[in-house]
Design a protein around this ligand. Structure first.
Ligand code: 13P
Ligand code: SF4
Length: 303
């Protein structure tokens, strides 16, 4: 089928199903182009909660669709490719977190949104890359803080807040592919460029950045900066959005190797099938959902 026909079919079926298409900033250009909204993980879940649509076609990875379902249990949350997981989120299980909490019974447990619903159910506070520093700063009266699963985000938060955190050994296999020599090389090619890096990057990479920010903050920075050239140290998919939103600026990926294969599994064909068959649904059982939601609500109260 021609891409144009596909788009028309998606648009028709979307109306018929009363559906909205949400795409994470790392999705393929063809997916971003048919999405009603693009954003970071939490932004998308909040949009999902607010929309009048009955069906959410979530183009991202599994924990994101779960988060949308946690916040809007009355809606049908569908993933066009149910096998799009996040390897970092899979680096900690609820059992492992329970064990860690037993080792540090006085500690408050903070976890990145990149975790399964079962892990979120064991957390006191959820956080995102946009608000992790604010969440930890709000815990001034707590002596011990567990921070899972990303050790590099934990390192970044620890440096920004001056708090010692109890880390887990998780990381993003995509962001660790960006190396300090990539930043140095791009800086040599584009000496006037500003460098923005995601906090999931190696500390040796974030140390070379002008700003260490989430993907939604990167989109905002790109709009607002007077810089005309920007080196982007995150998953390469974001570059498409940045270029589209800012046609008068130049964006250079720090490394072409920073590709998240799971984010690339969704295609227009799969979106069409998802709309046709209303499959695969992501639903979090209430006994886990209500506990996981508490950790998200506590985060939202802080920010
Ligand atoms: P944000 O879009 O929330 O910055 O997260 C990046 C990421 O790796 C999502 O999996
Ligand atoms: Fe997970 Fe990293 Fe892919 Fe984000 S980029 S979904 S953290 S593996």
């Amino acid at each position: 089928m021609e891409i144009k026909d596909l788009r028309e079919k998606i648009s028709e079926l979307k109306k018929k199903r009363n559906a909205v298409i949400l795409a994470h900033n790392y999705q393929l250009p063809e997916v971003q182009d048919v999405a009603d909204f693009r954003g970071d993980s939490l932004e998308l879940s909040r949009i999902a909660a607010k929309t009048e649509a009955k069906v959410i076609i979530f183009c991202g990875v599994h924990f994101m669709a779960e988060t949308a379902s946690i916040l809007s249990p009355e809606k049908k949350v569908i993933m066009p490719d149910i096998n799009s997981g996040c390897p970092m989120a899979n680096m900690i299980t609820a059992q492992e977190l329970k064990k860690l909490k037993k080792e540090y019974p006085q500690a408050v447990a903070v976890g990145y949104v990149n975790t399964s619903a079962e892990v979120k159910a064991e957390l006191d506070f959820c956080c995102t890359s946009t608000n992790a520093v604010a969440v930890v700063n709000a815990l001034k009266d707590r002596e011990e803080i567990i921070f899972v699963p990303d050790k590099y985000l934990a390192d970044f938060v620890s440096k920004r807040t001056g708090r010692k955190l109890i880390y887990w050994n998780g990381f993003c296999p995509t962001h660790v592919k960006i190396l300090p020599q990539d930043i140095k090389r791009e800086k040599k090619f584009h000496p006037k460029a500003k460098v923005i890096a995601h906090p999931e990057c190696l500390p040796s990479v974030t140390a070379l950045a002008d700003e260490v920010i989430s993907t939604s903050q990167m989109a905002k920075f790109a709009r607002e900066t007077s810089a005309k050239e920007i080196i982007v140290a995150t998953e390469v998919g974001l570059i498409y959005r940045l270029k589209k939103d800012n046609p008068n600026k130049e964006f250079y990926p720090a490394s072409e190797a920073a590709v998240c294969p799971n984010m690339k599994r969704t295609t227009q064909e799969k979106i069409l099938w998802a709309l046709e068959e209303l499959k695969e649904e992501v639903k979090v059982p209430d006994e886990i959902r209500l506990r996981a939601k508490k950790a998200i609500d506590r985060m939202l109260e802080i920010v």
